[in-house]
Design a protein around this ligand. Structure first.
Ligand SMILES: [Cu+2]
Length: 169
């Protein structure tokens, strides 16, 4: 199920990239997957399609550990309930590289633009950079995002079951 969802996302991104480049398609259109700017391309993007401004957290900062050891690859806690306006700080404890990537089809409707804006230095839409060293952390503000459940996974360890979810109340 999750793998299927991921496949659909990749398909959409590729289709978007191809569509954008098709007009003057010479050699460049096929070459680059062009990940970054496609973030707002979904139907849930606000009218105007412009950049959504990042909203800083105003509430509590919650901690989630990213672990890879003899017990497996996991986020701890694997489920978390926060309030809109809080932030979540993901910290590498062991077994890197780790990151945080949200399933675009498993976040609340309309969440993508603001969540994307609240994720610094994305590697691709809704996907944080990879973190290679214990102690590194990545904080995501959940200010301005819709209430609901947000499912996410670690790109390198998705197949090993490193996924989790948080609920914004
Ligand atoms: Cu990982």
């Amino acid at each position: 199920m999750r793998k299927m969802g991921r496949g659909v996302i990749v398909g959409v991104v590729l289709a978007t990239a191809c569509g954008g480049g098709a007009k003057n398609a010479d050699t460049t259109a096929a070459a680059a997957p062009a990940p970054a700017p496609a973030a707002g391309a979904s139907a849930s993007a606000p009218a105007g399609g412009g950049a959504t401004a990042m909203k800083a957290a105003t509430g509590k900062t919650w901690e989630v550990k990213m672990i890879g050891d003899a017990t497996g690859y996991k986020y701890d806690p694997v489920t978390l309930t926060i309030k809109e306006g809080d932030a979540v700080k993901f910290t590498v404890v062991s077994g890197p590289p780790h990151n945080v990537s949200f399933y675009a089809d498993s976040i609340p409707s309309g969440a993508q633009a603001q969540l994307s804006a609240n994720m610094p230095n994305p590697m691709s839409p809704l996907t944080s950079p990879l973190f290679n060293n214990p102690g590194e952390s990545y904080t995501i503000s959940f200010a301005g995002v819709p209430k609901g459940t947000y499912k996410y996974f670690c790109t390198p360890h998705q197949a090993l079951g490193m996924h989790a979810q948080l609920t914004v109340q």
